[in-house]
Design a protein around this ligand. Structure first.
Ligand code: TRP
Length: 329
């Protein structure tokens, strides 16, 4: 039997090339080697205030981008978290075995709660819900970026704690996948990971940005005071541009070096922009086709939910039995 993979993305904004090169592209690559469940985590999104109409739109947009990136819904499961009620159900049960101190220590909780006027309890529970997402499907592998490794460690701790309190119940998931994606930094600030929420139009390249916007953003990207690429001493901005080119082109290190060493920054940027435009074109084309077909996305999401429902139900029933909750036998 193939090992099960689970991963999730928040429907909180325009997915960008950092999401694609860091996650989606490898999700697509591994989809026939594992049994993959890719989830749009709308219950996580509401841990901070959301505009309902926007959220509703972004959920479908995110699903369409998954498919446009090459996730094959005939094979992989694409689903929305809130359409399978067991995520919330299991989350409560896990909340009851999670020490609150573990949650208060999470760096993302500290960072996100500082930015809120009123901190909803959901923000504290966020990692427990993420543990529920993963443990619900007994996923063995969870491909996520390093910004999520603390949450994944907590998932493992919660699974182990539950298993020791109530007997072997959950698979303890692995943090890493053999193939790791590229880490793409902000164009305006190459010290910070490219992010959906960073302000400023020069920060990220959205997957649906038209060619002229892509070119403009890359031409304006931060480099350094040198005139040309010097492989012995790459600044963070130039390294990031080269990283974007290499991740899209899949060129070897040698190829990269012999092609780009000594190239002036202006030419480097033109070539990076051209590569990004070319590689995103088929994705954007598929996105248009997918979204033009009325009801297609909803159909895929309904099928995804139906496919995972029996797995989710059986885990929750097992947990109820283990904990002594009421079940009809
Ligand atoms: N917290 C993750 C993020 O913001 C999203 C997420 C929710 C997730 N549940 C998950 C990722 C389960 C992997 C597995 O990126």
């Amino acid at each position: 039997m193939k090992a099960r993979v689970f991963s999730g993305v928040q429907p909180s904004g325009n997915l960008h090339i950092g999401n694609y090169l860091g996650a989606l592209k490898s999700w697509v690559k591994i989809q026939y080697d594992y049994e993959c469940i890719y989830c749009i985590v709308d219950l996580h999104a509401i841990t901070v205030p959301q505009e309902p109409a926007e959220l509703r739109k972004k959920i479908r947009e995110t699903a369409a981008l998954f498919l446009a990136s090459g996730i094959d819904p005939k094979h992989s499961i694409v689903m929305v978290q809130s359409s399978v009620p067991e995520h919330a159900e299991l989350s409560w049960m896990l909340t009851c075995v999670t020490p609150v101190g573990w949650l208060q220590r999470m760096t993302q909780f500290k960072a996100k709660s500082e930015a809120q006027e009123t901190v909803g309890d959901g923000l504290l529970q966020y990692p427990v819900l993420m543990a529920a997402d993963i443990l619900l499907y007994q996923a063995a592998i969870v491909p996520v970026g390093d910004d999520q490794s603390q949450h994944l460690e907590l998932t493992r701790d919660v699974a182990q704690r539950f298993n020791s309190l109530y007997g072997e119940t959950f698979v303890v998931p692995e943090t890493h996948l053999p193939t790791v994606g590229a880490r793409i930094m902000g164009l305006d600030d190459p010290e910070a990971k490219m992010s959906k929420s960073a302000p400023g139009s020069g920060h990220a390249i959205a997957l649906l940005d038209p060619p002229d916007v892509i070119r403009k953003k890359i031409m304006r990207a931060t480099t350094d005071s040198k005139p040309a690429v010097e492989f012995g001493a790459l600044g963070a901005g130039v390294q990031n541009l080269l990283g974007i080119f290499q991740a899209f082109s899949e060129w070897s290190d040698d190829q990269m070096q012999s092609h780009f060493d000594g190239m002036r920054y202006g030419d480097l940027k033109k070539q990076v922009a051209q590569m990004v435009v070319e590689k995103l074109a088929p994705l954007q084309q598929r996105y248009r086709e997918i979204t033009e077909e009325a009801g297609y996305i909803d159909g895929v999401l309904a099928e995804g939910a139906a496919r995972v429902e029996p797995i989710a139900r059986s885990t929750v029933n097992l947990v109820k039995q283990r904990m002594g909750l009421y079940t009809q036998s």
